[in-house]
Design a protein around this ligand. Structure first.
Ligand code: AMP
Length: 194
């Protein structure tokens, strides 16, 4: 694993623990020589994470739509800022550059990126690991919803299990680094297909 893509809030969130987790993840990535791919912003947890990796001497690649650079939220101190035209293009490029995906706490943008990765993985467009770095139960509600989707037969258990959950950066990175591409599931994505 060379580069990890991290999705996280463009706001710092209500608790100092969120920023501490972003910083701790950045430090742990630097320790292992893992580069960061992210949304290219200088705001919120995104900025905290990017600065932690940069301060440790690590590589940071940001992928950002032109419009957001114009709104002056792009981080210009990073190793490489790739400017793309659309949000769709950005996601594809982030997925291409990265060997795995992690979501820290964040808002709708973070959830959108996380679910896009899970969608690509369950359809077989992408075969890379995907995980939550949970902070104080922030993602408990989301995990409950995913379990409900499985119970109601909209998601296969093996696809729900593709989203790992860890609470400490070191444990998370250990697990990501051990990832092996699974064989394709027999039934594909669909359930009760008639
Ligand atoms: P949110 O969780 O709604 O704050 O959105 C954060 C996610 O959306 C990040 O992972 C980014 O990829 C993207 N994003 C949202 N706001 C910005 C911003 N100001 N600059 C760059 N990317 C952003």
């Amino acid at each position: 694993m060379k580069r990890l893509c991290v999705f996280c809030g463009s706001s710092p969130g209500a608790r100092p623990e969120y920023q501490a987790a972003a910083r701790a993840l950045g430090d742990a990535m630097v320790e292992r020589g893992l580069g960061l791919v992210y949304g290219g912003g200088n705001v919120g947890l995104m900025g905290t994470l990017a600065d932690a990796v940069l301060e440790g001497g690590g590589e940071v690649i940001g992928v950002i739509p032109r419009d957001l650079v114009k709104r002056e939220v792009g981080h210009h101190g990073i190793t490489r800022l790739e400017v793309v035209e659309t949000l769709f293009e950005r996601k594809g490029r982030m997925f291409e550059l990265s060997d795995g995906f992690v979501s820290l706490p964040g808002g709708v943008g973070t959830l959108d990126e996380l679910f896009e990765v899970m969608t690509w993985v369950q359809l077989g467009y992408l075969s890379k690991p995907c995980a939550l770095l949970d902070v104080d139960g922030f993602y408990d509600g989301l995990q409950g919803l995913l379990d409900r989707l499985v119970a109601e037969r909209f998601v296969r258990p093996e696809h729900r299990d593709l989203l790992w959950v860890e609470h400490q950066p070191a444990a998370l990175l250990d697990r990501l680094e051990r990832y092996e591409t699974p064989p394709p599931t027999d039934g594909g994505k669909w359930i009760d297909r008639s």
